[in-house]
Design a protein around this ligand. Structure first.
Ligand SMILES: Cc1ncc(C[n+]2csc(CCOP(=O)(O)OP(=O)(O)O)c2C)c(N)n1
Length: 299
């Protein structure tokens, strides 16, 4: 079922997404980059705040829920994907964007990420990848470098660093992109493509971002020196083998852009047999039923 994208008319402006709440992110936090790029993407897709659902996990990034207008929901730590997916399945007309941190997504909520990708839920997921638990003051996440001294682990951590892109590709994704908050125009284009991919299924966007307060290894300057636009260098996102290779190898340079995309796998909703040929949305089918008789003497 198509998502509603009214591309006619003048559409909303950046001001329509403006919220009076003051930003509390640290100076130079990468969250500002995601905040700017997602606004631009929504405006360029001519989606007004009342037309989208923005779902937030708990964390520094989650505080964007009061810094950007739109229909917004703020869930429990690690749980953004199930409630975003549930909202989407209830009303397939609404574009749904879920935001989560690397701590939440690769530890507390890792099971949800597994099933969101393998289910091909028709939503967009934006991973704020600052490689640590930011809001709780800089603990190591599963994506922090093992040997890196962090606040609760001054000698590094016993576990090896999770190879996130190996993990994602093992789940047979239909859309994988990587962006960097130091390249807002490219990030905007990635977000637009990831939102449009909801017509086909789950879009995973890994956004590399600085955490100037706690991440002293993959800094903004470090990322700036290594990130390159793979699509501009001729990478074809339909080439799974090459996409996997450039996604996992970050030893010298870090590929960004739309790394992998396929549109021929039906989404979770499109595979639901009882929904076949149904033209109404689930929310439209919710009716009022008088159940008082069922309560009997209890009422
Ligand atoms: C189940 C659960 N575990 C832990 C916490 C405490 N907690 C809240 S925010 C947070 C850190 C979030 O880190 P991350 O998900 O990487 O997001 P960031 O703050 O870096 O954006 C933690 C550990 C919680 N609220 N709920």
């Amino acid at each position: 079922m198509p998502i509603s994208l009214d591309t006619a008319g003048s559409g909303p402006s950046m001001k329509d997404y403006h919220c009076q709440t003051q930003c509390t992110w640290c100076d130079a936090c990468g969250d500002y980059g995601v905040w700017t790029a997602i606004k631009r993407a929504l405006v360029e897709l001519k989606l007004a705040p009342w037309q989208v659902l923005l779902c937030y996990d708990v964390g520094c990034h989650g505080n964007m829920s009061d810094k950007l207008l739109g229909y917004r929901a703020h869930g429990l730590h690690g749980r953004v994907l199930p409630f975003a997916a549930g909202a989407k399945l209830a009303n397939m007309q609404v574009p749904v964007i879920a935001f989560g941190g690397d701590g939440a997504s690769f530890s507390e909520g890792v099971g949800h990420l597994v099933h969101a990708i393998r289910s091909n839920y028709p939503i967009t997921f934006i991973l704020h990848n600052n490689a640590n638990y930011g809001l709780t003051l800089g603990q190591a996440s599963a994506l922090t470098r093992q040997e890196q001294p962090m606040n609760a682990s001054p000698n590094g951590i016993p576990e090896h660093t999770l190879r996130s892109m190996e993990f994602v590709f093992a789940l047979e994704p239909t859309f994988v992109a990587r962006g960097f908050t130091g390249n807002i125009p490219q990030l905007t284009e990635i977000f637009k493509a990831a939102i449009l991919h909801q017509r086909c299924g789950f879009a995973f966007v890994d956004v590399l971002q600085a955490c100037p307060t706690y991440n002293h290894f993959a800094t903004h300057e470090y990322l700036l020196a290594r990130c390159f636009d793979a699509n501009a260098e001729g990478h074809d996102p339909s080439d799974l083998h090459r996409a996997h290779a450039i996604a996992v190898d970050t030893s010298r340079r870090i590929s960004t852009g739309i790394l992998y995309k396929r549109e021929d796998v039906p989404s979770f909703y499109d595979r639901l047999v009882p929904r076949k040929d149904v033209t109404t949305t689930c929310v439209e089918e919710v009716g009022m039923k008088d159940v008082s008789a069922l309560w009997g003497d209890l009422v």
